[in-house]
Design a protein. Structure first.
Length: 339
């Protein structure tokens, strides 16, 4: 095999580990064929004659890991301080104090007790694809657009899933939903048993679900809190409370398997394609005829007039997001007025 080389026709791609796995396999095969690995790269000098090659010096940072070497002492230090600082800044925790060990020095370890401990689980944030609900006795609380945490407390009351929605009758005092189709002059007050629904991440942080044309059969959009609609999920239907009746969220049929988003609009007729539900405070949609990797994935896309149209995202959250759209989850909110 003297003087022979192997010509690689196609490289592997995809996972970050692919190149390492390929190298290990190739080396194993070549050594089995009695090739010998050279300790020196003779080709580097020859390549340098034809191309400009720059020596970047000793490695100081690689894949988020910092390196520091003391050649005289034959010592090498490796740390991820810069990467850790970036994570702390991303989740708004830069005011934390460092400790040598992640233990509370004031309270040494002792016998386990039955007293429940705080569970600071992550439950949301921009790009978060994990669980958005907390264990009993904890509520998912938004700290900022990047970070939501389970903290002790009482979750908002669950929306009604059995009783039909109640709406004010004509001529009754305006103590519940706004009357008519003219937008209110002030922020709406939440009716007992109903929910506002809103996004909790940028760029539509605290934009509220509503009709494009106030309280009418029109596109479902995210808009300002002053015109926020109020909702229940009843028997799989997402119901908007409007003066004199109800509107139902309807999802457009999927025209082909290549379509990866379905537009949502409001109609006086209930939806027949799928069903809505609350998972904690997160709004989800599923259909027996359409497969989705995430039932809580939504898209908000600007139309030609700048309205924030709402779509069901049939793909994965944050993956191959269409141009002009943003990935969101949407959540029930039971505050007295939109904030």
């Amino acid at each position: 095999m003297a003087g022979a080389v192997w010509c690689l026709l196609k490289s592997l791609y995809g996972l970050k580990q692919a190149s390492l796995i390929w190298y290990q396999l190739l080396r194993k095969v070549l050594e089995a064929l009695r090739f010998v690995h050279s300790e020196f790269d003779h080709a580097l000098g020859e390549i340098g004659k034809a191309f400009g090659i720059k020596d970047l010096g000793p490695v100081t940072m690689f894949l988020g890991v910092q390196f520091k070497r003391d050649l005289q002492m034959h010592e090498l230090w490796i740390n991820q301080e810069a990467y850790t600082d970036m994570l702390l800044a991303e989740y708004g925790l830069t005011n934390c104090s460092p400790v040598s060990t992640p233990l509370d020095p004031i309270h040494p370890l002792g016998q386990e007790s039955d007293v429940p401990l705080d569970i600071p689980d992550l439950c949301g944030g921009n790009g978060w694809t994990g669980a958005t609900t907390c264990v009993s006795g904890y509520v998912c609380t938004v700290s900022n657009e990047w970070y939501s945490q389970c903290i002790p407390g009482t979750a908002p009351p669950a929306p009604s899933t059995t009783a039909p929605p109640t709406v004010p009758t004509p001529g009754s005092p305006s103590t519940t939903a706004p009357s008519g189709t003219r937008p209110p002059t002030g922020p709406p007050t939440l009716v007992s048993g109903w929910n506002f629904i809103r996004a909790v991440t940028s760029p539509n942080f605290h934009k509220y679900l509503q009709s494009e044309v106030y309280q009418t059969e029109s596109d479902a959009v995210l808009g300002e809190g002053a015109t926020a609609a109020q909702f229940q999920i009843t028997n799989g239907q997402l119901v908007q409370n409007v003066a004199g009746g109800s509107l139902y969220a309807t999802v457009e049929p999927r025209s082909s398997s290549s379509v990866m988003r379905l537009k949502v609009s409001w109609s006086k007729t209930p939806d027949t394609l799928g069903s809505f539900r609350f998972s904690g405070d997160t709004v989800e949609w599923s259909s027996p005829t359409i497969s989705r990797p995430q039932t809580n994935a939504w898209l908000v896309c600007a139309d030609s007039s700048g309205n924030r149209d709402v779509y069901i995202n049939l793909g994965a959250y944050g993956y191959q997001t269409p141009s002009g759209c943003n990935d969101h989850t949407i959540h029930g909110f039971t505050g007295t007025t939109p904030d």
